[in-house]
Design a protein around this ligand. Structure first.
Ligand code: SF4
Length: 84
């Protein structure tokens, strides 16, 4: 799944987004509430908060397998550069 704001886009691999435990972790770590959970526990990206991203990387550090990142934060204001 991917959601685009004006300045920031967030992309989360579909299998990771369907993982309720991972969705809960992302929901807990993001300081500006870009992540939430659907009633079934799966991930929801909160469109209205995307541009509040403070580039803290906490969602990236929370990734399940750093060798195969499931979460990408893209800086649309910088030609879509990936936050690393
Ligand atoms: S980088 Fe920080 S503020 Fe941005 S989506 Fe990830 S956890 Fe939220």
């Amino acid at each position: 799944m991917r959601k685009d704001g004006t300045f920031i886009a967030v992309e989360v691999e579909d299998s990771a987004a369907a993982d309720a435990a991972f969705a809960q972790k992302l929901t807990e770590v993001c300081p500006v509430d870009i992540f939430a959970q659907e009633p079934d526990g799966s991930l929801r990206i909160v469109d209205g908060n995307l541009d509040e991203c403070v580039l803290c990387r906490l969602c990236i550090d929370a990734d399940r397998d750093p060798a195969h990142p499931a979460v990408k934060v893209l800086k649309l204001y910088d030609a879509g550069a990936l936050l690393v």
